[in-house]
Design a protein around this ligand. Structure first.
Ligand code: BES
Ligand code: MN
Ligand code: ZN
Length: 499
């Protein structure tokens, strides 16, 4: 869809549909009040009938409003004025977009970004409007043979900015919103694709495709033979049980000076996790196709970065493999040697994410990162701790952790910190190797991060556990594209462009 900025007087806006917000109990937002005045009180009279009360999630078309230039009006409920936060705003935007898409209108103008909310800027509201509109129109239909053709879908949405002039910051809001949406959509598509299509080789091809879009981005895919030469015994021990060869995808984006240290993103790209010999129960195992969502979020963030041509150096590293039971698979008790030289006793073959990540983290030392962030659907324990609302966040650098928490709040893609105290480390003690790959039932998310921390001592590092946030289960089963918004916000903030 196309998005643009529009300024001018609301009553004079010529469009197939004008979107205005109304608070609960019919209280008018400023643009709605302007329309009411222009129409000689007609809008207020309609609201007095009581059919539309401005409740959140309510929306209604209205026709033939006197003295206005629009063909129709879409009233969108904002809920109580006092309770309107960015979250409620996003819901109103999503509702409006779906209503518009199902209407006869091909284009529309929305005044929702003009509604002021505590602690955020017009930039944020404009950007969010674009990202949320795109997300609310998302459908995954690649694997369906019969798809309903949409009748007159929405093609163009203009965002009204009142009487203000367009500025670079406001234009950027649209570009940034669209780029985040590109990244989110890519991550969602890759997540939703089944394991037989989205294999390590498929992910590698997606990375190459992004590389072809920008001369600033160099993509390299390491094969198992090269991983062998590098001594990646942990990563290779996981892929040995699979017929799909593992890939180590390395993407280097240069938007800043050659000697500027890069941000490195490392994403778990496990394209299907059956658990290996420590096999998972059958129920819900299909959802382990989503075990590559960390990798997909790195591809998404990279695609967004390329689209915005951000002035930053960024490296994406995606270790990609399957985890299956096989005669050649890891067995409980096997001891493998990681690229770092540290040995690992594989007590549970289902704790495979940390095995592929640890070698990717060691490999990443060569980039001398300004900061390194890994993103992984790493532990079921994180779903128990935080549910679907916050990603788990742990790290060895307080400033980096704080930056990520802030980026999460600003982008509506929140994370919550868990402790990475030394006290937990002993849970990984092994009688036979340098460490075990599991730390028992208690604090599973923390001990997984403790494991990774042993491979990131030389770097400013943070870890995002997205096991609960990367996809939804149940009736709404599907990928969310998280934490692409958080990651992109983090990068924008580092560039001083985050609003
Ligand atoms: N990919 C899973 C984590 C996971 C499980 C994410 C369920 C989302 C929902 C990971 O590879 C795994 O299996 N982790 C084990 C670790 C355990 C063996 C220490 C887990 O969480 O059960
Ligand atoms: Mn597993
Ligand atoms: Zn896994």
């Amino acid at each position: 869809m196309e998005y643009l900025l529009k300024s001018g007087d609301v009553a004079g806006l010529k469009t197939a549909c004008l979107v205005v917000g109304v608070y609960e109990r019919g209280e008018l937002s400023q643009p709605a009040a302007d329309l009411d005045q222009a129409s000689g009180g007609a809008l207020g009279n309609f609201l007095k009938r009581g059919d539309f009360q401005g409740r959140a999630e309510q929306a209604q078309f209205l026709y033939d409003l006197p003295n206005t230039a629009c063909d129709r009006l879409l009233l969108v409920g904002l809920g109580p004025r006092k309770a309107l936060n960015l979250n409620a705003y996003r819901k109103a935007v999503a509702k409006a977009t779906v209503m518009l898409d199902n209407s006869h209108a091909l284009e529309a103008i929305t005044t929702l970004p003009l509604i002021e909310i505590d602690n955020n800027s017009l930039y944020t509201r404009l950007r969010d409007t674009v990202t949320i509109s795109e997300a609310s129109l998302y459908r995954f239909e690649q694997c369906k043979s019969n798809v309903d053709k949409r009748v007159r879908p929405l093609k163009k949405l203009a965002l009204h900015i009142g009487q203000q002039r367009r500025t670079k910051v406001l234009e950027n809001a649209i570009l940034h919103g669209r780029s985040i949406a590109t990244g989110v959509t890519l991550a969602r598509n890759l997540g939703n694709l089944p394991g037989n299509i989205c294999t390590p080789a498929y992910l590698a091809e997606q990375a190459r495709a992004i590389g072809r879009k920008s001369r600033q981005l160099k993509v390299q895919v390491l094969e198992e033979k090269q991983m062998q030469e590098l001594g990646m015994g942990a990563l290779l021990s996981v892929s040995r049980g699979s017929r799909q060869p593992a890939k180590l995808i390395v993407m280097e984006y240069r938007g800043s000076a050659e000697n500027a240290k890069p941000v490195v993103l490392v994403g778990k790209g496990l394209t299907f996790d059956a658990g290996g010999i420590s096999i998972k129960p059958a129920a819900g195992m299909d959802e382990m196709k989503y075990d590559m969502c960390g990798g997909a979020s790195v591809l998404g963030a990279m695609a967004a970065c390329v689209e915005m041509a951000l002035p930053i150096n960024l490296v994406g590293v995606i270790p990609s493999s399957e985890n299956l039971p096989d005669g050649d698979a890891n067995k409980p008790g096997d001891i493998v040697t990681s690229m770092s030289g540290q040995t690992i006793e594989v007590l549970n073959t289902d704790a495979e994410g940390r095995l592929i990540l640890c070698d990717a983290l060691t490999y990443s030392e060569r980039f001398t990162p300004a900061a390194i962030i890994d993103i992984a659907t790493l532990t079921g324990a994180c779903v128990i701790a935080l549910g679907a609302h916050a990603s788990g966040l742990l790290g060895n650098d307080d400033k980096l952790v704080e930056e990520l928490l802030t980026a999460g709040r600003e982008s509506g893609d929140r994370a919550w910190q868990l402790p990475l105290w030394e006290d937990y480390q002993s849970q990984l003690d092994s009688n036979f190797a340098d460490m075990a790959n599991v730390g028992g039932r208690s604090a599973g998310t923390v001990t997984a991060a403790c494991f990774l921390s042993r491979f990131t001592k030389k770097m400013k590092w943070a870890h995002l556990d997205i096991a609960g946030t990367a996809w939804k289960t149940g009736l709404e089963k599907g990928s969310t594209g998280r934490p692409v918004p958080l990651l992109v916000q983090f990068l924008l903030n580092r560039c001083g462009l985050g609003g």
